[in-house]
Design a protein around this ligand. Structure first.
Ligand code: CP
Length: 304
């Protein structure tokens, strides 16, 4: 039995197979419409979500399976003090696979220790969000045709943005990746990523404060929201939230084939006028999330 807690829980080769399967599903989704008949996915969401929970549910329904779960801690027995360990023991009796989102870093890992079914981390605090990373990689591979030889810019809240942490980790395993980190001083990446991932893997990177001087170097611009829910005080959030706003003026400085990704939800960091630009692929990216989660459910349930 496999769990997916970190984006590197799949080898590069396994990840390649997963993305290939997702691309086959894109070609002919109807071929897979019955492969999970009789299987159940539990979505255990202790934190709000639109895309991750609903795309997991859509993925299982597209495969002919069923879904059950809760969408907030308040509507589960966590509100009465039940531990993650006890919850997953019980859910293992009701479902074949589960996706868990939790505000505490490591909660899905704890669940995996006690679980009788595969556990997928659907986002744990400011730590990791592996299935968003698989979505991002599928988007880049499908639209750029490669996962190597890329200069990727990450812009916004790089301290708390778990999607950023997971994607940096995953990209560090491909050849000729350059990373440009664009953030305010207070929202730079955690040092474990700088030393333990970028430097440990000899990934060239630079840290800058402004987007305009570097945007023309990028193959992919990964915009992120400032994560209000992770701030200790509102004053800091209000001061930092609109540091970067991608608009058509900044897009005019970028390459014609640069892709703009964003895990969403967006607040102000991408002006709605940019949505019309063919390089803005964040809504397409959300669609890819369904296909890659279909592939992941099939892989973890060992469905050929
Ligand atoms: N990208 C993402 O995780 O979105 P949700 O928080 O809506 O699931």
């Amino acid at each position: 039995m496999r769990h997916i807690i970190s984006p590197t829980d799949l080898t590069v080769s396994e990840l390649g197979e997963l993305l290939e399967l997702a691309e086959e599903i894109i070609e002919d989704p109807t071929k897979y419409s019955d492969v999970c008949r009789g299987k159940k996915l539990a979505t255990l969401f202790y934190e709000p979500s639109t895309r991750t929970r609903l795309s997991f549910e859509a993925a299982m329904l597209n495969l002919g399976g069923s879904v059950l779960g809760f969408s907030s801690a308040d509507s589960s027995s966590a509100a009465k003090g039940e531990s993650v360990a006890d919850t997953i023991r019980v859910v293992s009796c009701y479902a074949d696979i589960c996706a868990m989102r939790h505000p505490k870093e490591g909660a899905p890992y704890v669940a995996s220790i006690y679980s009788e079914i595969p556990v997928i981390n659907a986002g744990d605090g400011g730590h990791n969000h592996p299935t968003q990373t698989f979505t991002d990689l599928l988007t880049i591979k499908n639209l750029k045709g490669r996962l190597n030889n890329l200069t990727v810019g990450f812009c916004g809240d790089l301290k708390f943005g778990r999607t950023v942490h997971s994607l940096i980790n995953a990209l560090s395993r491909y050849d000729n990746i350059n990373i440009i980190l664009i953030s305010p001083e207070e929202l730079t990446i955690p040092s474990y990523l700088r030393t333990g991932v970028l430097e440990a893997n000899n990934i060239p990177y630079e840290e800058v404060r402004k987007l305009e001087p570097v945007i023309d170097k990028l193959d992919v611009l990964y915009m992120t929201r400032v994560q209000k829910e992770r701030f200790f005080n509102e004053e800091d959030y209000i001061r930092l939230k609109d540091t970067y706003i991608l608009d058509t003026k900044k897009m005019a400085l970028a390459r014609e084939d640069m892709l703009v990704l964003h895990p969403l939800p967006r607040v102000n960091e991408i002006s709605v006028e940019v949505d019309e630009d063919p390089r803005a692929v964040y809504f397409k990216q959300a669609q890819y999330g369904v296909y890659v989660r279909m592939a992941l459910i099939m892989k973890l349930l060992e469905i050929k």
